[in-house]
Design a protein around this ligand. Structure first.
Ligand SMILES: [Zn+2]
Length: 291
């Protein structure tokens, strides 16, 4: 695999609400959108970028923004480009299910990503599976001083440990990979070893997030937008489910994949990440059979 260097560019940061910054991923794969949310006493960073060099740059930038305020980190889920720089920070908070994902699957993902070779493997040199400083159960209200952010575990969707970060006073929602724009939804479906992603759970999670009516949605990858960011992913996941289930009596999974893929590519010709359609079909086939 020859992937571009997943470098985070802190100089591209934009303010999406008062004291809420996003370092955009600029549509580079394995670079996440990174958040920096400020209160009067502390600053919360959301996601690290891949590896320690990226995370150190993010920390240096966040410290500059913080001007003496305490800097905390949380991550939206355990995937390496979101979390595998966490050891650069000294206050890393995550939800219980995500901590479990890190412990259970972190080393396997580290190996898998190192296997991509090139710049990705270089970025992971010296990286160990992150260990959180604080693990919480349920929704964690983090008081940053004059602003409370909510770290909300969503239940199983893209991963079992997904959590979103809400900034209620500004109407901003950080979704991690529960939402992306300009690409097919990422299904980390690798049977038989890893079948944790749930297409049906993901649709339910998005319905709940849409009902909460955020004004600004920061997806895991792609462009910051409004409620439509969530609605578009939900609509795609419904299409994927319906097109898959319509054909699930077919004997041959490869045939189902080919047909669904053709339909979805025709509907979304401009989207990247076509390789994620096949695992999505596999996931929803399996969920359809057990439904
Ligand atoms: Zn992910």
């Amino acid at each position: 695999m020859n992937l571009p260097d997943p470098a985070v560019h802190v100089s591209a940061a934009v303010e999406v609400a008062a004291d809420v910054l996003v370092i955009p991923n600029e549509h580079v794969s394995l670079v996440p959108n990174i958040g920096i949310i400020g209160g009067s006493e502390a600053v919360l960073v959301v996601d690290t970028g891949l590896g320690l060099a990226n995370a150190s740059e993010v920390l240096a930038f966040a410290s500059e923004v913080a001007r003496g305020r305490r800097v905390h980190l949380t991550t939206t889920h355990f995937h390496p480009e979101h979390a595998f720089g966490a050891s650069a920070f000294d206050s890393y908070l995550v939800n219980r299910a995500q901590a479990d994902d890190l412990r259970r699957k972190g080393s396997g993902y580290l190996e898998m990503f190192r296997g991509f070779g090139g710049a990705v493997a270089e970025r992971l040199a010296g990286v160990e599976v992150p260990v959180p400083d604080l693990v919480f159960d349920g929704v964690h209200a983090l008081d940053l001083g004059g602003r409370t952010v909510l770290l909300r575990p969503t239940g199983r969707g893209h991963t079992p440990g997904d959590q979103v970060v809400e900034v209620p006073d500004a109407g901003v929602l950080f979704t991690g990979d529960l939402a992306e724009t300009g690409q097919f939804a990422i299904f980390p479906w690798f049977p038989p070893h890893d079948t944790d992603v749930s297409g049906l759970g993901w649709i339910d999670v998005l319905e709940r997030l849409i009902a909460s009516e955020p004004r600004t949605v920061v997806p895991g990858h792609g462009s910051v937008g409004g409620l439509a960011v969530l609605e578009d992913v939900r609509d795609y996941l419904r299409e994927l489910r319906d097109e898959t289930w319509r054909r699930r009596s077919a004997a041959d999974l490869a045939e189902v994949v080919a047909e669904v893929r053709a339909v979805l590519v025709e509907r979304h010709p401009e989207w990247a990440g076509r390789e994620w359609i096949e695992p999505g079909v596999g996931c929803l086939c399996s969920e359809g059979l057990s439904a």
